[in-house]
Design a protein around this ligand. Sequence first.
Ligand SMILES: C[S@@+](CC[C@H](N)C(=O)[O-])C[C@H]1O[C@@H](n2cnc3c(N)ncnc32)[C@H](O)[C@@H]1O
Length: 249
Amino acid sequence: MIEPQRTETIVRRRYAAGAKERTDKLCCPVDYDENLLKVIPPEVIERGYGCGDPSCYLREGEVVVDLGSGTGKICFIAAQIVGPNGKVIGVDMTDEMLEVARRNAPIVAQRIGYANVEFRKGRIQDLALDLEKLDHELKKKPITDAASFLRADELAEELRVKHPLIATDSIDVVVSSCVLNLVEPRSKPQLFDEIFRVLKKGGRAVISDIVSDEVVPEELQNDPELWSGCISGALTEEGFLVAFEKAGF
Ligand SMILES: C[S@@+](CC[C@H](N)C(=O)[O-])C[C@H]1O[C@@H](n2cnc3c(N)ncnc32)[C@H](O)[C@@H]1O
């Protein structure tokens, strides 16, 4: 296995670069509804690296979270489907992706006539922790030694409880396109638990992701290029179903 921390760092670096410049190797052909793409600026579309369009399962008025929202393509499509009475929250951990998405949100809002999309910084396996709030607190109380490191851990826990990035039972539909595979193996169970936690009772998860016919061999999982390229982190279809069931679905 790649070291867990390394996996996330490699993924973040690769998508930070992909936010600045289109990376053809990360692109999959996807049939989006052309009409819904018309209001979305080209840089958002060009630097989107999804592998499917879960937004086609959304309904008017729903509250939606997009896990690993990237430049915001799925969020901006979803915004038009759920309409002004609905709401879309994109979550991503990569600053460069959030920058593109946030910069384009007012442009899309102006074109569709309402603003119902926002982007929040977090890790999708820890949807309670608002990384920007944590940053803000750590600027006031930087980590300088072991004691302050432990205090930061307590602070993160307090933020999860008092100011969650995504509250428990608050979401009608969780969507995601080509991101769940990128989460390191040891955090995958927590990822499914988090999807279950944030959904309202009767809520839905609509996930488009890569799946493998067999459990991916370890040497391929150890390849950072294949992992961050949405290949070797793939679960099997059975693995997905078991993970959802274990989380409570
Ligand atoms: C393959 S791209 C997909 C982007 C988007 N869903 C789309 O359809 O264009 C993966 C995105 O997920 C983000 N990501 C990967 N792992 C993540 C994690 N553990 N937590 C939050 N975001 C993550 C990356 O920063 C990147 O923006």
